[in-house]
Design a protein around this ligand. Structure first.
Ligand code: M6R
Length: 605
């Protein structure tokens, strides 16, 4: 939610800021703005809408200066408008601020400012930060920053410039991500690595309430008590190309195509190296757990819903899957015998962070599966492994999901082995199934015509239902979410057997139903649900493993995936579901990489 960037160097800051904002646009795209300092004054340009609008405005009215900050907004407080866009300035335009997060006590702070004769001019919560900082500024920017953040309740990542101290950018954060990068005469602050990857791979991760002072000569860190903090940079391995479209029409399509590679790399990383070491250590403790809770949001949570079936089948241990947004308000039954697994692409999702902290406070052992290196969840959980998905830019998650599934499969097998639930030969059988997955995904992607053509026929549907049983039901929920977020089509995922208890009333002539039938042992049961909807006029797309029993007819189209142990079939059926949602959205002309109302990283509750 919201992306921030800052540049200081010897070049004009504006092109760096615009380029960085474009890479952060996935975080929000309601409006964008820049503030650039020419050594004496700020010039601020803000535009409602996409970054392209801001870019256009800057072409007409170029802004020059070697230090600047920029922001792309996902609106929370105050409608998307030029006025409510960031950066925000203090009353005398001395201090400029960009903010990602929510200032929960902004009303109180506004009132306080008002009593001192300072009226906010925007509807945002963020403006109070700039106004307060300027109020407190008496020639020492850090002092003003500290006095201000000490009064803020809520979450923030802030980029700050002061025209009286024009040779620095200050960065400070609480619960929202912020990285510092660069230094060979120039420095950056940013919400995320892809924003600066073209210019630097040397990255510092800021911890909560640490303050970074970024100058042309380097960066220094201090805490809120002004004590020096020593930090070492990390070298980012991601290639710059991984954050580019690489000839694909959309990031989403590129990321779908990357799945064989990143799944393979994730398997490799769990068999050797740091991820394996973490699993080794965690698996020494398996006997101490009597329950597993998986908690996450959206797509990440559906990876947990899939793996619940596998865990319970192989490990015979109860697994609960709880939405992270519900977890902390549910008075969860969690203690030191509970393993709480947190799954997150960004590692910064506010609800998942809150669930993690709640679980820790209740004594649970926490284990996270995260894609973004150095993110809050990765750092704060007791055990963490990284997926090797690389930067996922499209708002709709695809390759992150596939690598989450793979990580969970392997963890589950390791867990079962250490509990003595499977023997060496069973373990090896599972691993050989898993290692065949990347090639099978490739074959689905290379043979996507059935899905593409089916999408072209039904993209005008008002409503699309997804049904399946058992693990097929779990993955159907992900298929339904993908369709909703990309194509804005009402959709529901139902356990096949549950339809007749109410929802079947919604099936009428030509309703589209996607049935997932990769659990061969349940074919006759799933098929009878298909018959029930066909009888009521539905048109069905049936996704099954090769050799399955469904046959084409006037009412049924069949899309195959390669044969696989049903436990791991979601890794294949999901590819068809991703392609289905992608092509429906493409046929409808939707903004695939940036669906309306959404943002990639949901850092507010
Ligand atoms: O970064 P996270 O994995 O924690 O994000 C969780 C969800 O917000 C995310 O998976 C969301 O549901 C995706 N847009 C779905 O495609």
């Amino acid at each position: 939610m919201c992306g921030i960037i800052g540049y200081i160097g010897s070049d004009n800051a504006t092109p760096y800021i615009i380029e960085g904002l474009k890479r952060l646009e996935y975080r929000g795209y309601d409006s964008a703005g820049v503030a650039v300092c020419d050594g004496e004054n700020f010039t601020v340009v803000k535009q409602k809408g996409r970054i392209a609008n801001l870019e256009e405005e800057l072409k007409n009215h170029p802004v020059n200066g070697t230090v600047g900050i920029g922001h792309t907004r996902w609106a929370t407080h105050g409608e998307p408008s030029d006025l409510n866009s960031h950066p925000h300035l203090g009353k005398q335009s001395k201090i400029a601020v960009v903010h990602n997060g929510i200032i929960e006590n902004y009303k109180e702070l506004r009132a306080k400012l008002s009593r001192r004769g300072i009226e906010c001019v925007t509807e945002t919560d963020s403006e109070v930060v700039a106004q307060l900082m300027e109020y407190y500024y008496k020639g020492d920017l850090i002092e003003a920053v500290i006095k201000t953040v000490n009064q803020l309740e809520g979450s923030y990542a802030l980029g700050i410039m002061c025209k009286d101290e024009p040779d620095k950018i200050i960065a400070v954060k609480k619960e929202n991500p912020l990285i510092i990068g660069g230094f060979d005469g120039s420095g950056f602050i940013a919400s995320d690595v892809p924003a600066v990857l073209k210019h630097t791979r040397t990255i510092y991760h800021l911890n909560d309430k640490e303050i970074a002072t970024v100058t042309r000569h380097g960066v220094s860190f201090q805490n809120i008590n002004r004590e020096v903090v020593s930090k070492w940079p990390e070298t980012i391995e991601w290639s710059f190309d991984s954050a580019e479209k690489g000839g694909y029409e959309h990031f989403m399509l590129k990321e779908i195509h990357e799945q064989p590679k990143v799944v393979k790399e994730t398997i490799g990383s769990l068999m050797n190296g740091m991820n394996k070491d973490v699993l080794d250590k965690l698996c020494e403790k398996t006997a101490s757990f009597n329950k597993i809770i998986i908690t996450a949001c959206g797509t990440a949570c559906y990876s947990g819903s899939v793996v619940k079936y596998i865990f319970e089948k192989i490990c015979r241990m109860p697994v609960e899957v709880v939405l992270a947004s519900e977890f902390r308000y549910s008075d969860p039954i969690v203690d030191e015998k509970t393993l709480v697994i947190l799954i997150s692409q960004s590692g910064e999702t506010a609800d998942t962070i809150a669930a993690m902290r709640e679980a820790k406070a209740r004594g649970a052992v926490t284990f996270s599966i995260v894609n973004a290196v150095g993110s809050t969840i990765a750092k704060e959980t007791h055990y963490n492994i990284y997926t090797a998905a690389g930067p996922e830019i499209a708002v709709a998650s695809t390759k992150a999901f596939s690598t989450q599934l793979i990580s969970l499969y392997i963890f589950c097998i390791r867990f079962a082995k250490s509990l003595g639930k499977i023997n060496d030969s069973e373990e090896q059988d599972y691993y050989s199934e898993i290692s065949a997955i990347p090639d099978k995904i490739t074959s689905i992607i290379e043979n996507s015509d059935v899905i593409k053509q089916y999408a072209a026929k039904c993209f005008n549907s008002k409503s699309i239902f997804f049904i399946g049983r058992n693990i097929d039901y779990a993955i159907s929920m992900e298929g339904s979410l993908k369709l909703k977020e990309l194509a804005y089509i009402h959709s529901e995922a139902y356990a096949g057997g549950e339809l007749k208890h109410g929802t079947i009333a919604l099936i009428e002539e030509n309703t589209t139903v996607v049935a997932i039938g990769c659990c061969k042992r349940l074919f006759s049961k799933t098929w009878s649900n298909v018959e029930q909807v066909i009888t009521r006029g539905a048109k069905v797309l049936y996704i099954q493993c090769e050799g399955g029993e469904a046959t084409e007819s006037e009412h049924v189209s069949v899309a195959n995936v390669p044969d696989i142990n049903e436990l791991f079939s979601p890794s294949l059926s999901v590819i068809q579901l991703q392609l289905f949602a992608y092509y429906i959205a493409a046929n409808k002309g939707c903004d695939i990489d940036k669906p309306r109302n959404l943002a990639k990283s949901v850092t507010v509750e």
